[in-house]
Structures are given as structure tokens and as C-alpha cells.
Design a protein around this ligand. Structure first.
Ligand code: TPP
Ligand code: MG
Length: 423
């Protein structure tokens, strides 16, 4: 996907005090191709229409095409395929358990689902090394599992239990772990994770390491100003940001077709001067391969990559939203492209890497783990009222140490970046 070429000879490096610069990736050539790993390219448009007093949506285009096969991975071993499949199952079944807990009145607040997006969450996070960093969004509960949070943690969080990651102070996704799992806690403001993760990569560089950092933004959230600022900063600094643009066709009740004019959101990469790639977000192999290549590029210090994952949000925005505005035919179309059913078919029938019995055992193990975690979470206590005022202000409770080495802000002789166009 990258196409680094030599620098324009007439350009000089920007002089900037003692700073060294990474070697330029700038090219005189326009590199406007966006690789597309998909094995089918759905072509339909969602249009807003008025029916009497009602506003609704209709789909135009071909919704009868055959379901594509899974694309063979260039990198994953047989064992890794099975691991990713297990994470996806755990992701799906944990969300089913959460839905039940909500309906039993045990959840405080709402529940958000990544139904139909499990391949994107799990296979992307799977490409990170343990000592690299992830910034998840609300639908990336699968990524949290891959990074080492247990279903128990996530269930307790939704039930605001004392033993939850935020000790009952928040009831959904606003938690992370800067010590063990290297997960940045998201806040709700869409796009804000992007500069934060860019900053994490910069922090690692100052400690002598080029690392991959990964985060996500939706088809709606990508329009925010901070998305541009964060990604542009990562681009000019050649920071190892891997940005998944999760195009799930809806931002609340607004269809993607009413949110942007470009054909593919991966095209945005061109304007940042970074590689962009399109994947089928329902195909774990495509998601992994693109994520892996982007992470490798990050680790070489070559900068960010934008990966557009196309898929469909298979539920409403959150549990309160029945998604009645979504045309039924779209659910049917994407239902046939279910990431787990297709991956299961690939592993069991196409590759024959899992026998029926092994698959049943794996599924039963996931069910057992979820049952245990759910029972534990339900039985665990709520926080004591007196604890509510604790942890509001940091009074030195966070001991944040450099993870990769001594911080060095001096000029680095081995620095690879060369930045700046002469004006
Ligand atoms: C800057 C900002 N604007 C608005 C919101 C409110 N909001 C929360 S989720 C959401 C829809 C996001 O859609 P998308 O980015 O496509 O993500 P998806 O829900 O489809 O995963 C909006 C508008 C917000 N959290 N942050
Ligand atoms: Mg969306």
C-alpha cells in the first residue's frame, strides 16, 4: 500500500533548530490509488424519501449478489485463524449476554453493540503487539477482549459494579488500562482518540521506540475537525497510527450516503499524504492483513495508515434504538454476510482446520466462560456510597513511568523523518 519515492530535488528540509527529520516519503508522483482487498464491491445507495408526513429511507441498487468467499490471509497461521474466530464468538456471545442482563434490569444505562462488526474489532486488535497501544470506541468490545479485558470486566462495567474497571463510576465504555493492557480510555467526543493515540506514538518515539498504535472512527465521527487535526499531525510526524475508519453505513439514524460525498472514505488518505486501503470489514482475514501491514509500516517508522472497513451496524445505535429507519432489505443483505458464520464456514468446511466436534467444543468453552463471568458479575457488589467522591481528582495516585526507555528529546542522529516543504 505504501509507495515511498524519493524527494523532489528542489525541496529543502525545513530548518527547525536542532531537530533531525525522518527521511522523506514525499513523492513527486501522485499516488492516488487506493488498494481494495474486497472480493465484492456492494453497489447501492441509501436515499431519504418522504412518504406523507414521514421521512424514511430506501435502498437503490443490487442487493441480490452472491456472498463473497473469505479472502485467504497472507500472514495468519491456522492457529491464529482459530484464535481470532474464538475472540469473535466471545465478542458476539458476550453482547448477547449483555442484552439479556439489560432486559433483566441489571444494567445501569444503555448497552452498545458491535453486531456484524466483530471481525473488524477482533482481527484489527489481534495485529498489535502486546506492548503497543489501542484506543477503542464503544463498538470495539471485541478489541477490548483481545487486549486482555475479560467479559467479566465488561459486564461489571455495564452493571456499575464496585469491581468494574471504573469501580462503578461509569457504566459503559470509558475505561482503559495504562499499566498492563495499554488501552487508552476513550471519552465520548468522537475523534479525540486520534490525536491522543498519535501522542502515544510520539511518546514512544521519544523513548527510542517506533510502535504501532491503533484506534477507530466511524463514518459519522470521521467528519469531525479533530479527526483531521490528529491524523494530519500523525502524518507529518510519521507516527505509527493505524486508523480504522469503520464505515458501518449509519451514524445514529443518518445513512453514510448523507454524510460525505467521496465514494470511499479511504480516499481521505490521499489528502493526508498517507496510504489508504479498503477492506471488507466482515472478513477477518482482510481486516487482519491490512492491520498487520499497517502495523509493520508503523514499526518501521514510516507513519500512519488509514484503513476503511466496510460493513453494517446490525443493530440500532444502542439498545434503546430499534433501528426501524433501516430498510429491512439492508439487514437481509448484510445478514448473509455475517462475519462469524462466514468465518466458521471457512474454518470448518473450506479449510477443514476445525472439525465439527472441535468447533462444538470451542463454542461450549466460550459459553461456559461467559456463564461463569456473568454469574460472577451479577453476584458482585455495587460500590459503597462513600466511595463516590473518591478518585475524582488525581492526588499523585498515578505513577506514570516511561515504558520503553529513557526519554530523549535531544536530536537523534538515527532519526528517519525529514519533514517540511520549503516555501
Ligand atoms: C464530536 C461528537 N459529536 C457528536 C457526538 C454524538 N454521537 C455519539 S455516537 C454518534 C454517531 C456516530 O456515528 P459513527 O461515527 O458512524 O459511529 P457508529 O455509531 O456507527 O459506530 C454521535 C453523533 C459525539 N459523541 N461526539
Ligand atoms: Mg457509523
Amino acid at each position: 500500500m505504501a509507495n515511498p519515492k524519493s524527494r523532489r530535488s528542489g525541496q529543502k528540509s525545513a530548518s527547525n533548530g536542532n531537530r533531525s527529520f525522518l527521511k522523506a516519503q514525499f513523492s513527486e508522483d501522485r499516488t492516488y490509488t487506493i488498494p481494495d482487498l474486497r472480493l465484492e464491491k456492494p453497489s447501492f445507495t441509501i436515499r431519504q424519501i418522504r412518504k406523507g408526513d414521514e421521512i424514511c429511507y430506501e435502498v437503490e441498487g443490487n442487493l441480490n449478489s452472491a456472498v463473497p468467499p473469505i479472502r485467504e490471509s497472507k500472514y495468519l497461521s491456522k492457529q491464529q485463524h482459530i484464535e481470532i474466530y474464538r475472540w469473535m464468538l466471545l465478542n458476539r456471545k458476550m453482547e448477547q449476554a449483555l442484552e439479556n442482563l439489560y432486559k433483566q434490569g441489571k444494567v445501569v444505562g444503555g448497552v452498545y453493540f458491535g453486531l456484524g462488526q466483530e471481525a473488524c474489532s477482533c482481527a484489527s486488535a489481534f495485529a498489535l503487539h502486546k506492548d503497543e497501544w489501542l484506543g477503542p470506541l464503544i463498538r470495539n468490545q471485541g478489541s477490548l477482549l483481545v487486549r486482555g479485558f475479560s467479559p467479566r470486566d465488561i459486564m461489571m462495567q455495564y452493571m456499575a459494579k464496585a469491581g468494574s474497571p471504573t469501580k462503578g463510576r461509569d457504566a459503559s465504555s470509558h475505561f482503559g488500562d495504562i499499566y498492563e493492557r495499554n488501552v487508552v480510555a476513550p471519552i465520548s467526543t468522537l475523534g479525540d482518540l486520534i490525536p491522543v493515540l498519535a501522542g502515544v506514538a510520539l511518546g514512544a518515539r521519544l523513548q527510542g521506540r517506533e510502535i504501532a498504535v491503533m484506534t477507530y472512527i466511524g463514518d459519522g465521527g470521521q467528519s469531525t475537525g479533530v479527526t483531521y487535526e490528529g491524523l494530519n499531525f500523525a502524518a507529518v510526524q510519521h507516527l505509527g497510527l493505524v486508523l480504522f475508519v469503520e464505515n458501518n453505513l449509519w451514524g445514529y439514524s443518518t445513512p453514510a450516503d448523507m454524510q460525505f460525498r467521496v465514494k470511499d472514505l479511504a480516499e481521505r488518505a490521499i489528502a493526508y499524504g498517507i496510504p489508504g486501503v479498503i477492506v471488507d470489514g466482515t472478513d477477518a482475514c482482510q481486516v487482519y492483513d491490512a492491520a498487520h501491514e499497517a502495523c509493520e509500516r508503523a514499526r518501521r517508522g514510516e507513519g500512519p495508515t488509514l484503513i476503511e472497513a466496510k460493513m453494517m451496524r446490525m443493530k440500532g445505535h444502542a439498545i434503546h434504538d430499534a433501528a426501524e429507519y433501516v430498510p429491512k432489505s439492508l439487514f437481509e443483505y448484510w445478514g448473509k454476510r455475517d462475519p462469524i458464520a462466514r468465518f466458521e464456514n471457512y474454518l470448518v468446511k473450506v479449510k477443514k482446520w476445525l472439525t465439527r466436534e472441535e468447533n462444538e467444543k470451542l463454542t461450549a468453552d466460550v459459553d461456559r466462560q461467559l456463564e461463569e463471568d456473568r454469574d460472577y458479575a451479577v453476584a458482585s457488589p455495587m460500590p459503597s456510597p462513600e466511595s463516590a467522591a473518591g478518585g475524582v481528582y488525581c492526588d499523585g495516585c498515578h505513577d506514570i513511568k516511561p515504558k520503553y526507555g529513557r526519554i530523549n528529546t535531544e536530536e537523534r542522529s538515527s532519526a528517519k523523518i525529514e519533514v517540511g516543504h520549503a516555501h
